[in-house]
Structures are given as structure tokens and as C-alpha cells.
Design a protein around this ligand. Structure first.
Ligand SMILES: [Mg+2]
Length: 313
């Protein structure tokens, strides 16, 4: 590409209630929506770092965007030449580059229901038709509370510790997960880089915060991929084609632009399975969610993305 332009808009989204992350409870996040224009047309992408994941920050991404002064080839060259990886910017540029395909995506994928440990929420998710549920666990979570969910629900359950457990507690939850047929996996029991993963082993242990981008970690168990944090999407698709083992695609609370791209990316994987995109309706009403909520996460083909961009303030 020898010519092309870009512009961007920064938005802040406030959560209705705090969400547990690998870096504690979070009540708002900043996102940057990127628009590119070149001889290949208009593209959109989203820079959406998520607390607890070691990517560039919104401020660091802004420095690159401002330095390139709207010149798309300069931005691409600066991201490629950066001595430190910029996975959020790389994935946003991938989305822009692939936007003509992404914009036509209207397929759908089964979606896990994200909930807190409550009888009411479990019953509501089951009634809504979710076949897989996901709950966050912490060092204080009791096995009884998980048994309570399992007894009200015939489907599969994912447990996510966001790296909050010590090795002894992680061992106990690993045994629990392996003993309960309904538990699909225990996600990120230990902090990123903890040596205890070798002793837990890969059976029913999924890595999320520890994965980030291809080449980041070698793990034969389930890997959770957040497309907006995973770097260049051509590299990600090439890694997936060669990777043996299950991959679960997951949201990082994107706006509709990021969600459309992330769902398209997930759908390129023929064995994508159940995705983790039950993140709609979590923010104060700001008009930046446009997809339909529910147990099937579907794309929005022929949507007015220029209108979406125009409405961003
Ligand atoms: Mg997770």
C-alpha cells in the first residue's frame, strides 16, 4: 500500500456494574475506533485493551496514531517496526484490511452465557437457551456454589479464575473440574507465567491471559483467544491452522465494530465451537452495541457502519 489515510475516535464505556478481570474489578474502559481509507476501500477496526492482558495501553496506541498523522502507510510501517509488540493496533489494522469480508459476515456461533453465581441468573440464562455457562471463581468460591449451578443446569460449565488462585487451591479446582463431567474447563487458574501450570497439566485447564498472541505460550490444552488482543489476524489464522488442540474465541467487551470483526475471525475456524461473547448489555446505554444478545452470537451483514462511525462522539 503506497497511499491511504486513517482517522480515529476514542470512546469511554462505563459498565453498569463492575466486571472481574485479571487486574481486579473494572468499571469503565476506553476504546479507539480506527477508520482507514485507501484504494482498497474503507475499513474499520478497534483498539480494545483489556485489564490483566499485557498489551499496549490505549495511551501507547494513541502515540502511534498521532505520530503517523493520518498517513496509513506510515502507521503500518511504524507498527511493524515497533521494538515492542503492539497486538491491539495490529489486530485493529487487520480488521481494517479485511473489512470488506468482515462487513458481509452474517453467520452465527453458539455462545456461552456469562453470569455471576446466583440462582436467579442461572435460571435466566437457562431460560434464554444458553447450553454453556461461564462463571468467574475466586479463592473464596465454594465448591457447593458450583454444585448449585450444576444441579440447575444440564449443560456445560466453564470456570474462570482470572489467575487468582494459589497452587494448592488451583490443584483442588483442577481435581474438581476433572471429576465433574459437566465442567468443560478451568480457565487461567494461576497467574501468567506461574511455574505450577506444568504440574497441573493441560487436561481441562485452559489458558487465557497467558496466551495473548501466537508464539506466546506452548500449551496442548484449551487456549482462549481474544481476537482483538491477538495481534495480526493473518498470523493468528496461520497459527490456528497448524495448532492441534481446542481454541475458544472470546470477547474483550468490544463495541459493535470490534465484535463484528472478532466474530468473523472466530467463524474462519471450522472447529470454533462455543464462543465467549455474552458481553452485550454490560455497559450503560451508549449506542455502541448493535448486535443481538443471546445464545447464538451472530454477525450483522450489510450494516450501516458509516452510520455507526458517524454516531460515535
Ligand atoms: Mg478469561
Amino acid at each position: 500500500m503506497t497511499s491511504g489515510y486513517f482517522d480515529f475516535k476514542r470512546v469511554r464505556r462505563r459498565l453498569r456494574s463492575p466486571v472481574t478481570t485479571g487486574a481486579g474489578a473494572v468499571d469503565s474502559v476506553d476504546r479507539i475506533i480506527l477508520r482507514t481509507q485507501s484504494d482498497q476501500g474503507t475499513g474499520y477496526g478497534e483498539i480494545a485493551p483489556w485489564p490483566g492482558f499485557p498489551t499496549e495501553s490505549v495511551e501507547q496506541a494513541l502515540e502511534f496514531l498521532r505520530s503517523a498523522q493520518g498517513n496509513l502507510p506510515h502507521l503500518i510501517a511504524a507498527v511493524d517496526a515497533s521494538p515492542t509488540p503492539l497486538p491491539c493496533l495490529s489486530s485493529a489494522l487487520s480488521s481494517c484490511r479485511l473489512w470488506d469480508k468482515i462487513a458481509t459476515f452474517g453467520g452465527s456461533l453458539p455462545c456461552a452465557g456469562l453470569m455471576t453465581l446466583s440462582v436467579m441468573e442461572t435460571d435466566a440464562k437457562v431460560a434464554a437457551g444458553f447450553k454453556t455457562l461461564k462463571v468467574k471463581i475466586s479463592p473464596e468460591t465454594s465448591e457447593e456454589s458450583i454444585h448449585g449451578v450444576l444441579s440447575r443446569f444440564p449443560g456445560r460449565l466453564r470456570l474462570d479464575a482470572n489467575g487468582s488462585l494459589d497452587l494448592q487451591t488451583a490443584r483442588r479446582w483442577t481435581e474438581f473440574a476433572r471429576a465433574q463431567a459437566q465442567v468443560e474447563f478451568l480457565e487461567q487458574p494461576l497467574p501468567v507465567g506461574h511455574p505450577g501450570y506444568a504440574s497441573l497439566g493441560p487436561d481441562k485447564i485452559a489458558l487465557d491471559e497467558s496466551f495473548l498472541t501466537p508464539g506466546g505460550v506452548d500449551w496442548s490444552g484449551t487456549i482462549v483467544v481474544k481476537p482483538l488482543l491477538a495481534g495480526d489476524w493473518d498470523d493468528l489464522l496461520a497459527w490456528r491452522a497448524a495448532h492441534v488442540g481446542s481454541v475458544v474465541y472470546s470477547s474483550c467487551f468490544e463495541t459493535a465494530i470490534g465484535r463484528q470483526g472478532a466474530l468473523w475471525l472466530a467463524a474462519q475456524d471450522a472447529s470454533a465451537g462455543t464462543v465467549g461473547f455474552d458481553t452485550l448489555g454490560r455497559f450503560e446505554s451508549d449506542g455502541r452495541d448493535r448486535h443481538t444478545h443471546g445464545p447464538a452470537a451472530g454477525g450483522l451483514p450489510s450494516y450501516d457502519w458509516a452510520g455507526f462511525w458517524h454516531d460515535l462522539t
